[in-house]
Ligand binder design. Sequence first.
Ligand code: NOJ
Length: 779
Amino acid sequence: MSRLCVLPETWMNKRIGLIKVLRKRPVATLWLAALLAAYPASGHSMSADKDALLDALLRQMTVQEKIGQLRMQHARAAPPSSTELDAVARGEVGAMFTEPGITPAQIRALQQAATQRSRLRIPLFFAGDMVHGQRTIFPINLGQASSWDLDAIASAARVAAIEGSADGLDMTFAPVLDISRDPRWGRMSEGYGEDTYLAARIAQVVIRALQGPTLGASNSLMACVKHFAGYGAVEGGRDYNTTDMSERRLAEDHLPPFKAAVDAGAGAVMTALTSLNGVPATANRWLLQDVLRRQWQFNGLVISDHGAVAELTDHGIAEDGQGAAEAAFTAGTQMSMSDRYFARYLPSLIKQGLASEQQLDAAVRQVLSTKYDLGLFHDPFRRLQAPHAAVGEAQRLHRAEARDMARRSLVLLKNHKQVLPLNPHANIALVGPLADNALDILGSWHASGKPGHAITLRRGIENAQAPDARLVYAKGANISDDPLAFALLADNQMSFDPTAPETLIAQAVAAARRADVIVAALGEARGMSHEGASRTDLNLPEQQRALLRALKATGKPLVLVLMNGRPLTITEESQWADAVLETWFSGTEGGNAIADVLFGDYNPSGKLAVTFPRSAGQIPMYYNHLNTGRPFDPATPSAYRSRYYDIDDTPLYPFGFGLSYTRFSVSPPRLSSARLRSGQDLRVAATVRNEGTRSGETVVQLYVRDRSASVSRPVKQLIGFEKLLLEPGQTREVVLEIPQSALGFMDRDLRPVIEPGGFDVMVGLDSQALEKASFQVMP
Ligand code: NOJ
């Protein structure tokens, strides 16, 4: 069979049309010959063919056409205007940043303009923010990370790829790999928490799940990992603020998840909006060239964040637009998102020799290579063929996967006197502004997810309760009594009940008095844990606290269901409530998933991927800190030690913490050797037992401490984990293989090193309650 036979007929016809058009052009035959020879039967393995095609195209392109390829233009969720289509037809656009809700028909119209009307017929690619789902919305990533369940996380990413590609998209601006230890930063909700190792493990499975076995498949999405780099450590947690950190901290804690993503084959990287040690990421030659290209050998596309090129003047590293374009482009930013700076200034920069044609060609080749890998030269409509037009929107959802992921992400923080699980026959008072709220449960980046498809907690409980049980609902409070303060938040649609606050509370208390148990769903609006949403105060908004206090006063068993995108300082609230369940923003199936846990149909297994401080004043608070020269020991308190004197200076809930309806025990670790030869790996075994009467899953966590090294090392560092299911009374031996390289760090010259000496290895079910053994790495 001729290799061209695999091309769909429509595309073949277009190509025949293209051949005719090109025959009229003097140089076309050459290009056409190369093009015909270059189309492969499948995939991007035929790199010689790919190179031939890209070479042929580059030879044909004018400087203007090349520059056009570097522009990612905003595409609204509306039929494209003739101005937009004409710009595409003139070859002024290389890719589209799509708004949620854009339809395949709208995308098709744009792609037709590119492939039928532009001189060289180069297809566009289409990108969007599918941060935690496309149509089926999964829990926010901070919640997904709390599952420590790589299979479930991969399945969520695969669903996003299936749904996003069926909607005509080729690339997702995900995963978010920013490590964050500052819950004041609203975007902590988008990432995978505070720990580098956990985030890097997740990054790898997410990349593979999104991109599938081959990027060219019609249900694969290219991952554009973001935000490179250091965005998670903005000063004071204030969004878009400056990041200033040591190279060691950057190299050891913030870069590894990105490196893991690159190693897993991530196709694109987005630069951060922020500056790193004085140099904005978008113009940071060291980050984009030395680290990304030379050290990591990244051969994908570098895209600026939205408007990041233009913002270089505000950063104060460029006098004007031309300076901004020069700084970004020459540093290694190849495609600019939603501004015209490259289009406007690259021609004069090249003319003046401030940017070279070779640089231009390299960037254009990268864009074309991305399109080739996505299979778009093969068939530009490959993600626009899905036969879902005939299928109702609701039928396209992946509810089972969403419910599974959501219930695995819930973290039981307190369960006094086993108030949970609830009896399905119990009469429940369900209160709180998030109890019957289909909007906020979807979380910050809900893409094309619809509140109308979301299961609220109220519906979830109704679905789970026995027919004879009563459910009384009362809102009890607004999310905030100061909606004006929130008016500027992204995505803010906080519904405000004008009833007097005291009346709302009185209604809730009346409902509570008639119930056996109170379930209070409190927390944040999704816009409060989002881009541009930083907080100085991490308490529940005051009116919600007042509601909880009043509910506590009824004396009824009180279950606090938290919905939020970051750790909240619920020090008092956790004392008032008998049980506390952290549910994050749990997505389309959130209500059912939460009900599964509340009624014990699923035994909670989530473990925090982030430390909960007692007070915002303790931030940054994270488990893998350095010891300092004066660590505070509560057993031998003294004045001149490192601590805050006005608070119990421990976390409210530590990293890795989460309860279950059963009890697990873990034995001290057993090591394959107490003396490791240089290069020898370590095997750590521990016995885990389900001591209770319910089956359940838990996460065995393995930490290491290098007791003495040439630079101070963290008091503990996660280097392995395993999630396992145990039946009541069942015992299992967990064996974790630790390569010796995992014991390494950056020496004083930032070179990777493993130093001989004493190490502690610790095993447990959270980062504090650990069993310890020691070993030596021999010289
Ligand atoms: C800005 C955000 O920082 C980034 O995460 C997002 O992908 C772009 N806007 C596009 O929406």
